[in-house]
Ligand binder design. Sequence first.
Ligand code: AMP
Length: 349
Amino acid sequence: MIAEQARLLGVRTVALDPAADAPAFRVTDEHMVAAFDDAAALEELCRRCDAVTYEFENVPGEILVPLCEKYNIPQGCQPLYDSQDRLREKTNARNHGLQTPDFAAVDDEASLREAVRRIGLPAVLKTRTLGYDGHGQRVLRSESDLEGARELLTVPCILEAFVPFDFEVSVVTVNDGQRAVTFPVGRNIHRDGILDLCVVPAAMSETLHRRIEAESQRFMRECGYRGILAIEYFVRGEEIYFNEMAPRPHNSGHYTIEGCTTNQFRELVRYLIGEPLVEPRLVAPTVMKNILGQDLEAAEAVAREGREGVYVHLYGKTESRPKRKMGHITFVGMDLPRYEAEWSARFVK
Ligand code: AMP
């Protein structure tokens, strides 16, 4: 999706991906098949490009840091480094004035018991690195759950207080060092730990909306981050709690392609090529539905219908599996009650 927008802006692209059939290769001008930690290949990629970005969070720092010194990687290493470890990520968020759930490092059973004593239950135990979509985490509701949580403790973990949130939101900001543009806040509805729907506007008070936008921009500025940053928050009453961040386009921001006058991918490319950023506006209320493997056929049927305001994106991944993200559908001019009444029955419950 970054490459699609780059092309619209007249920019040529090269993608590096370990899979020979990576969907991005259909869209980019050139490509390289190599592992994300193949130092020689990454250096070759940098040599071939005027500007480089990442769309994958786990590029190892020891490879990226020297490349950042030699080549033009405008987002730099810092936001990636800060987001690669949940303990570092939450500590950094708190140090820069964002409220987080109470948390503690957990390395073994003794520190887990100590963290539970301090934070209380319910709490969420998560692996510090490489977790996504609810993988590598476990909700602990009572002392008896501690036994079953042992299997996570083979790697460093973090224990977080469970936030009984009203709902979850995310916000995408692009900052070029002079100004920042923020996309309308989306309300995220998860199923089995995976984003299912993103609903915009997020239906909350104007004050809260403005606070999420202002805090996110301030946070980015104070951390010195440039480029794109997505932040997920829990909302409880008028309180917001930082959950996690990603220095790349975000799944919840896919709605911006048709739901806004400019989108997260295009503004990232503008930043990378040094063009002035453009302020986005919501075109109309929008609902984005993620298409996992089990919904692929239903999504193909929706695509064939060609309904107005319904935009089907299928990524062209060669292997479909239940729970694998295969695409998304954006419904522009749609709100949640109407989506539930008219569309939700088309997809697997
Ligand atoms: P994460 O991978 O950290 O985004 O967690 C996946 C999902 O688990 C979140 O979107 C929440 O729905 C839930 N979750 C994670 N951390 C907490 C928490 N501290 N309190 C309540 N729910 C959480």
